[in-house]
Design a protein around this ligand. Sequence first.
Ligand SMILES: [Fe+2]
Length: 250
Amino acid sequence: MTTQLALLSDVHANLHALDAVLADIAARPGLAGTYHLGDLVGYHAFPNEVTARLRSAGIAGVAGNYDSTVAMHYKHCGCRSENPRQEELAHQSFAWTLDAVTAETRATLAALPFRLDVRPLGGHVAGPTVILLHATPTSNLVYVTEDRSDEFLRKMAQQAGASAGDVIAFGHTHKPWHRLVDDVLFVNTGSVGRPKDGDPRAGWTLLTLGDGAPRAEQVRVDYDIDAACAAVAAAGLPEEFAQSLRTGRA
Ligand SMILES: [Fe+2]
């Protein structure tokens, strides 16, 4: 028996991208569930709408760094900047988002768990556990990029208590990849609303479990990027965020 899950991450207040991904997922019958891996808000124009949409769709998930820093009214989003302009943009995005979120959104973000374990084949059998995180088992700030060593990933598995056949899924870098190490599948699910791998389409991950090793497939979905960019401009957010949507790069 096999079962499939949809995993989506890093929506970042891009409602146009989220709606396209949810429609794509809804068009695939037989999926056992859909989960998000955090960073619902930040950078784009619809933090309240995205948070409400996932909630009304019954999609559970974990807290990204953006969600937890907004919820806690922290001094910074916890995002890494590579130059002074990026740092300036990070501050602008964080200030805009702090101002835009309602008390209800903040409460929803504050209630997101740090980690979520799912047993798609049932907790009554020794089936695989899918461990959902935003980044690593100890912090939602660390970037788990594709060039991380097997040793790094083994340590993640150990910290998470993962066994052979399990899956550790995370986002945060906005660049999808997956790799099997000691029969644990590590999956970076990419980003719905702010991809940085050069492909501007919205991304989500289809996970298949049962009958052999778990498998991950990154799915890309076209959406109305012009409308998302117009919303960025109308919100008074920096033009660079719209440019990033068009190029699929940071
Ligand atoms: Fe993110």
